[in-house]
Design a binder for this molecule. Sequence first.
Ligand code: S3P
Length: 171
Amino acid sequence: MADNQKNHIVLVGFMGTGKSTVSQQLAKRLDCESVDVDCEIESREGQSIAEIFAGRGEEAFRQTETAVLVDVLGSRERKVVATGGGAVLDPRNCDMMLNHALVVALTADAHQIISRVSHDSSRPLLQGDLKLRVNRLLEDRKHAYDFADLTIDTTRLNVHEVVDAIIACLK
Ligand code: S3P
């Protein structure tokens, strides 16, 4: 990987914490490109996330996720990167993010997360009883986002307020 500076901004956090929306708005404000790792995986593989999980399994998905992160974080131009909620499960990904980016963790309470993800039934890890799945995964990942440089609770904030909070920390 070429550049070893914290040039980029990476958003991490559980599903439904607003990473993709915030990433797009933040990139607009900073006049740089926004990259959504999940979208990048889908376009590389020519398959949806659900199809990749169903056809080749989570492990194959995670490998592509890491490969995309390596490429994006190696870019010289500043990027705002929205990661998938599980991109932090491999500690090597966390180290790589910390080395190359300001890492911002977005959080939200379980109620808010359930309400936000209930509009999209495509997430493979949330099939079945949504409330149960979210609560279990939240428990499993209780400390998974603690490594971030900065944490913002988005429960009661709109996207512009979250973007303002991140920009204030860049100054
Ligand atoms: C995942 C989160 C999803 C997507 C995949 C796995 C996870 O991204 O990467 O379904 O393990 O938390 P979002 O956080 O954007 O929903």
